[in-house]
Write a protein that binds this ligand. Sequence first.
Ligand code: AHG
Ligand code: MN
Ligand code: MN
Length: 339
Amino acid sequence: MSKLTTLNEFIMKKQADFPGASGELSRLLNDIAVASKIVTRDVRRAGLVDNILGAQGEVNVQGEQQQKLDVVADNQFIKMFEMGGEVCGIGSEENDNYMAFKSETSKNGKYVVLFDPLDGSSNIDVNVSIGTIFSIYHRISPVGTEATLEDMLQPGDKQVAGGYVLYGSSTMLVYTTGNGVNGFTLDPTIGEFCLSHPNMKTPETGRIYSMNEGNIAVCHPGYRKYTEYCQEEDASTGRPYSGRYIGSLVADFHRNLIKGGIYFYPTTPAAPKGRLRLLYECNPLAFVIEQAGGLATDGTQRIMSIKPTELHQRVGFIVGSKQMVEKLQECLDTTAVEA
Ligand code: AHG
Ligand code: MN
Ligand code: MN
């Protein structure tokens, strides 16, 4: 049996590849791991203790009902970033505006983090997998000053690291720093994330498509054409494919990353700019999928090339196995929108 590699050991080994590195990114990744262990604990006990299940009673800037666990997770990550000293400011789904940390240590932090503290909130109360998604950037503003909005509004291509934590049947942390994707599973008996999925690659094609098909009649007709293609019988291409939609982006993404598949959430009349958020949902997952050999686009351009203009900017999102994304793109490009 080979020796277990813990996340901490893995991060340290990677840091050694960059002799001049200060270790701040390593510490930041470690802080994310620690915060996610605390959130794991809260998620695992959610049905048992008061003040964790159910709605918070507030509506966030997205116009969505905040769940108590959204707020618990948000506070936990913010506390970790604020105390850690590597981060000068954050942008979170649950906060209307970005936060610039005020302490001198934080003002000297090199990084900003954009994150969705709990993804899949509607699944919390029904015991279905949820997650955390994060994206790390170098700040643009000078070290020693307060973080600015410009620090937050960087294209995905500038990410230093991106990834997610999935609170599923086990807790997993998956991330990339632009040199492949690695996945770590939390061993609850020792409280450590251990390398379980080294150098993750997504299959070139797969047999799973994931969308909220309730929207099929109200989105671009190219999506209907593609879903009909997925449902056609053709043994040579493994069709019909399976439709799978959990409704937690992280969980749907993670399954498709491993098995091969495509996830798409198009623009709709109810969400004319898209449902998902560019900065803390789409960009980090786009970074992971590209590093794993897949593609991420909004139907017209590569997700990570988009220059953001707003903190909570929404986009249409297509992500997954290369050949499947290309096929959906072909359906979009060859289907006329009726006037
Ligand atoms: P969040 O819980 O962070 O607001 O994100 C929910 C997102 C995503 O997880 C999921 O894929 C999608 O919303 C589900 O939307 P629908 O219920 O419209 O399908
Ligand atoms: Mn989300
Ligand atoms: Mn969320």
